[in-house]
Design a protein around this ligand. Sequence first.
Ligand code: C2O
Ligand code: CU
Ligand code: CU
Length: 500
Amino acid sequence: MDARQSRANTLAEITKAAIDKTSGLSSRSKFLSAQFPPDSISRRTFVRATFASVGALALGKLQLPDAQAARGGGSRTVTRYPLHVPPVYSPTNGYPVKAAPAIVNMGSDQLPLPSSVLAYNGLMPGPTFLAASGTTASINFTNGLVDESTIHWHGMIVPTPADGHPRDAIAPGGSYAYQFPIIQRACLNWYHPHPDMLTGEQVCLGLAGAFIVRDSEEAALGLPSGAYEIPLIVRDANLDSAGNLAYNPTTTGFDGKIPLVNGTRNPKLDVDTALYRFRVLNGANARLFRLSLSNGAPFVLIGNDGGLLEQAAPVGQIEIGPAERLDLLVDFRGQSIGAKVILRDLNAGWDLLEFDVARVVTDTHTIPTTLSTISKLANPVSTRTFKFEGMSKINGQVYDLNRIDFQVPFGQTERWIFTTGHNAPHPVHVHGASFQVQSRTGGRGVVFPWERGWKDTVLLEDGETVEVLIRFDGYRGLYLIHCHKLEHEDMGMMSNFEVI
Ligand code: C2O
Ligand code: CU
Ligand code: CU
């Protein structure tokens, strides 16, 4: 039996063992009391998760000498693995989604890099959901984790019972039917857990997926589609000594040593000489990425969190914080076979993804300049200020699940001012409505091209104040505003409000 075959067998055995053990997981508290001293701080994750890996948490450590070797630590040439692209499904008819421990392959079939993670339906990232505006999503969630969880549909405007609010946490072994009409324009959203104080750990250990909404305005543009439209979920990660995903945050946020794109290590993508549409999500807990292309070509920026911008814009570098999205066109026409273009993160100096130009095709797409019409919010009737302080407070208060901090009248435009002294970045996120960024003062001092149009998350750096206009015209009910640096969120930089 050759090495390749034995690796494949090992992977199959581990997967089976993982599935067997998943059904008989011991309770979290038992595990915790064995591993950690009694809590001294009240917010639970921080305490417990000074070092948690799924392997340790749920499955027992994997011993994978082959996989260690395959990871190529220390070798000079980087082994590149084909970029994983999650399968696409329609979120209808109670589509089943189960969150549970799983073994995934961060490498390739030929050279597997097995890792114990938490996954939706065994996939990391989870399946990509694709739905048309005007239809209804219906997803049956089962919690196969040892902790409570929810699914939050980040960016989707949904009724409170479908928002995955931490108050509506599903116990281990429980299930819940998420149902909501899709009442918004075409965009890239995403889904992830949102349980109180456990979001950072569950997301970091693998629970996240893309949710794409289509509409006729977008369809009329004839943008690249099929194999030419690819989601890129970019994040950082840490591995324990056995190669399993590990969650070892600090109060300043989780800081991973390696990047993953769609759960792939050192990914490459064979591309045609064609125009591509990349749907980018910063899926990191805390890290900012400054994206650029190694050949100096600009991205053509066409959209962000809330869908298409009014006009396409060439942009050389784009910095995005956790939970922000980008819709980018990259043109490989005119490249020759064998050319390599690298998607880089200039902040960490990482090569995130290598594009290998592999096939000549004829592509007659034109890049549209006018994309969309965006009705501007104006004339706010009231103003609220939110100060993101320290690492755990908004306006002086730590999150309390049962406290409602303010009420917002339905259908009324308001000016919300987000401000901070330090401990940034604070990517500020609001549930229940999208907003339009008006200004940034202090710090970087400008509104960037990727912050135009509709947003649901905006980055606050030290010393910055950002003003947005917002109007809740979807639903009345309970929603959240929070810092999407997930460690800040879990420590309490979050607030409940009610749309009335
Ligand atoms: Cu992506 Cu309230 O979160
Ligand atoms: Cu959200
Ligand atoms: Cu923060």
